[in-house]
Design a protein around this ligand. Sequence first.
Ligand code: FE
Length: 293
Amino acid sequence: MNTTTLTPVQHSRSVERIVRGQPTSDGDGVKLTRVLTQPLQKRLDPFLMLDAFGSDAASDYIGGFPSHPHRGFETVTIMLEGRMRHKDSVGNVGLLEPGSVQWMTAGRGIIHSEMPEQEEGRMAGFQLWVNLAAKDKMTAPAYRDVPPADVPALALADGVLIRVIAGSTLGVSGAVSRPTTEPLVLDIALPAGRSFDAALPAGHNAFVYVYGGGVVDVGGDAPTRVESERMAILANDAAADGVRLTAVQAARVLLVAGAPLNEPIAQYGPFVMNTTAQIHQAVEDFQRGALTT
Ligand code: FE
C-alpha cells in the first residue's frame, strides 16, 4: 500500500446524465442490474456493458453462468463478496474470491462458465465489458486472475482508499493495463466529507457508479448529487483534466474511463463485432464447434 499526496483537478468534468440501471437476469436466472445497457454503448465507447449484482439470497445467484461463448471483446469481473469458479475452453480454472478481479480477453472465441462456489451467503460484484478494436477482435483469447493482494491499493492520508484495477492514477499502475482502449478502472472508498480528484484524459469517455449506500457529489463548483446505485455519465469537456468526487455520505465509487474506438458496434448476445456478417460468422462458428479454434 502506498501513501501519497493528492494532485487536485483544476477543472472537473460535470455530470451529463444520471442513469438508473435495469433489473434483469442473465445466465441461469442470476438476478442483476444492467447499469450500462446497449443504447449507451456509443456514448460510453469502448464500454459495452456494466452489470451490478448483489444479493444475500442464494436463489438469486445459485444458477450461475453455465457454459457460454464470447467473441470480440473483454470481460472484467470485479468480485466484492462471495466466490465464483471460472472454467474455460482454453483450460483455465480460477476461483474468484472477495476483492479479486478477473480479466478475460475473449478475442476470437472462448467458452466459459462462472458458477457460484457457495450455497448461501452474500454474492456481490460487477461485470464490465470492454470492446476490442477491429484489429484485435480475432486475437487469441487470454485470461488473468488477479487475487486481492495483487490489486494495487492506494491509501491517502485522509482515509480515501483506492484500488487501481486498470490503468493508473497518482502514479500507481493498476493490476491490468491495456493498449488502444486504455481503460482506467478504479474502485474508490470515500469516507463522509472526503474528496478524491481523479485525473482523466480529456478524450476518454467516463462514468462513475456509486454504491455501498453512499451519496457522492460529482463535479467541481456546481456538483451533481449522485445517490447509491446510480451511474453518472461524465460530460466530455476539452477543458477538463479530471473529475472531483466528494462523499456526502461514506460511499464506494467505481470510476471507469477509456479511449473510444469510434468503430461500428454489432452485438448479438455474447458476440460483439463490427458488422452483421461478422456476427453471422460467429454464430456459425459456434454452432459448428469452431468458435475457439
Ligand atoms: Fe461470460
